[in-house]
Ligand binder design. Structure first.
Ligand code: FE
Length: 210
């Protein structure tokens, strides 16, 4: 099978966030989708190893903030590449909280939804949270960021709002487990063989060029 076929699927980019035990945490995901409309339900798939995932599993609820195209790279780095185990991400940004006390983005977002987890499927490396959507509000006007925009932004391209489907022609390497896009200074080919994905710790061999 050609695993790069998976990169042809289109996704949005979201921040999944939760407050649990007095601590707030969140991370970037591309795996939030609506599953049914009446009642409104969403499915969210998240890596088990992530602290945010573990906190959501404990709390039984979360928010999903839909990132807008003007979200800066610093915000993406903060939520996409740093662990809440060593860093308090919500100290640095504007946020509001929903009725469950879960934070959602106060800026660089066009909408948020509050989700209550109704059941959890164990997918080995990930959990699939099947949720009821209990609140939802448009927060700002603008265009939603797509996964293609996110990849472009991470590889250093400035996104033109009017031409935002442009993707860079530079070869990018993507982790097939967590979809982290390599953006280090050392060319990917020159990384040592024992190098691992900074997000999910999988070996270099799980990365594919696209
Ligand atoms: Fe990874």
């Amino acid at each position: 099978m050609d695993k790069t076929t998976m990169f042809t699927l289109t996704y949005g980019i979201f921040i999944a966030a939760v407050e649990e035990g007095g601590k707030m945490n969140g991370c970037i995901i591309n795996t939030a989708v609506q599953s049914t409309s009446d009642p409104v339900r969403m499915n969210v798939t998240m890596m088990k190893e992530n602290l945010t995932t573990q906190m959501i599993k404990k709390k039984g609820s979360l928010t999903v903030s839909v990132l807008s195209l003007d979200a800066p790279l610093d915000l993406i780095r903060l939520f996409g590449m740093r662990s809440g185990r060593e860093y308090s991400k919500f100290d640095e940004i504007e946020y509001k909280t929903d009725k469950q006390g879960n934070p959602y983005m106060g800026k660089n977002t066009i909408a948020y939804m509050s989700l209550i987890v109704r059941s959890i499927l164990d997918l080995d490396t990930h959990y699939l949270f099947i949720c009821d959507v209990v609140e939802g509000e448009k927060t700002e006007t603008g265009q939603p960021m797509t996964y293609a925009d996110y990849r472009a932004l991470k590889s250093g391209k400035v996104i033109e709002i009017d031409n935002y489907n442009d993707v860079p022609d530079k070869k990018t390497y993507v982790c097939t487990v967590c979809h982290y896009v390599y953006d280090g200074d050392v060319p990917f080919e020159e990384l040592p063989e024992d190098w691992t994905c900074p997000v999910c710790n999988q070996p270099k061999s799980v990365f594919l060029a696209e």
